[in-house]
Write a protein that binds this ligand. Structure first.
Ligand code: FAD
Ligand code: FES
Length: 276
């Protein structure tokens, strides 16, 4: 991108309903030059603009190998996202980015990877899971641990089913409040760690509710995984997205440019302190 705040027109080329209130949109930049130059890493995000309504940060879930096909998954949270989920194929929207630091894929190469997600917050890890599957031989065993409150909260159900069929891949699911349709574990996501057999040299990547991540960090540490090998994707309200406005600042850290993916030691001091 030429400047960090340049806004580019992009056309919606595909729209998918993932769950109630959650839609995925595939876009293509209108300008072929922008399409050609746009590169990103899994874990980075874009600012998506609904013309005349507002702009919000949304993770990129598509594969960086094909930046001409840019995908985002949006859950209705409030004013702007409610308008966005009304977008139709053919509509033109504004995109600026990519912003922030992505997942540590270079240091994860050759090692086992543990992905922990919870609740509805798994968009940032979908991109990294897809990335690893497309380059499967470069990574060790992939463990995907996902916890939901109720079976209805399980997004991407068919993707979890597809993921578990891959070689050297284990998928562990649990629900706090199961119903008769639920065939997996019952209880909180940390119960899944009983089943997890993993090398202490693994790299862990997680996103979701902060209480879940705190408990997952304790479980990962008990498995011998170093704090430096645990990475979290964190969300804060954002405006500029490139370290100018201070909106996302926490101590010396700007979540937009130093994150949203952090190594645990970077945020340990503040992580989970209520009110922050
Ligand atoms: C780096 C990053 C990546 C994100 N990726 C995705 C994604 O892939 N898909 C997705 O659906 N959402 C994602 N989000 C969250 C999304 O940006 C917010 O849901 C959105 O900004 C809400 O805007 P709104 O105008 O619809 O709601 P508003 O009317 O502004 O807010 C609704 C409620 O959500 C709260 N809120 C707003 N933004 C945030 C935030 N960032 N963190 C916590 N609470 C917030 C508000 O305080 C309010 O209580 C991401 C956020 C960040 C920071
Ligand atoms: S959003 Fe402006 S400094 Fe991070």
């Amino acid at each position: 991108m030429t400047t960090p705040f340049a806004l580019h027109a992009a056309r919606i080329v595909e729209r998918r309903l993932e769950a109630e209130d959650i839609h995925s949109f595939v876009t293509r930049f209108v300008d072929p030059e922008v399409r050609r130059k746009f590169t990103f890493a899994p874990g980075q995000f874009n600012m998506l603009y609904a013309y005349g309504v507002g702009e919000v940060p949304i993770s990129i879930v598509s594969d960086p190998a094909d930046p001409t096909r840019l995908e985002h998954t949006i859950r209705i949270a409030g004013r702007v996202t409610a308008v966005m989920t009304g977008w139709q194929v053919g509509d033109v929207i504004g995109i600026r980015g990519p912003y922030g630091k992505g997942w540590p894929l270079d240091s994860a190469r050759g090692r086992e990877v543990v992905i922990v997600t919870g609740g509805l917050g798994c968009a940032p890890v979908v991109g990294v899971i897809n990335y690893i599957f497309r380059r499967r031989e470069e990574f060790g065993t992939l463990h995907i641990l996902h916890g939901v409150k109720t079976p209805n909260d399980l997004l991407y159900r068919e993707r979890f089913d597809a993921w578990r069929l891959h070689p050297r891949t284990r998928v562990y699911l649990t629900a706090d409040q199961p119903d008769k349709s639920w065939h997996y574990r019952v209880g909180v996501v940390t119960n899944l760690f009983d089943e997890l057999v993993v090398s202490p040299t693994a790299v862990a990547m997680m996103c979701g509710p902060e209480a879940m991540m705190r408990a997952a960090i304790r479980s990962l540490r008990r498995k011998g995984i170093a704090e430096e090998a645990i990475f979290l994707s964190l969300e804060r309200n954002m405006q500029c997205a490139f370290g100018l406005c201070g909106h996302c600042q926490l101590g010396p850290l700007f979540f937009c440019k130093d994150g949203p993916v952090f190594a645990y030691p970077q945020v340990k001091r503040w992580f989970g302190v209520s009110g922050i």
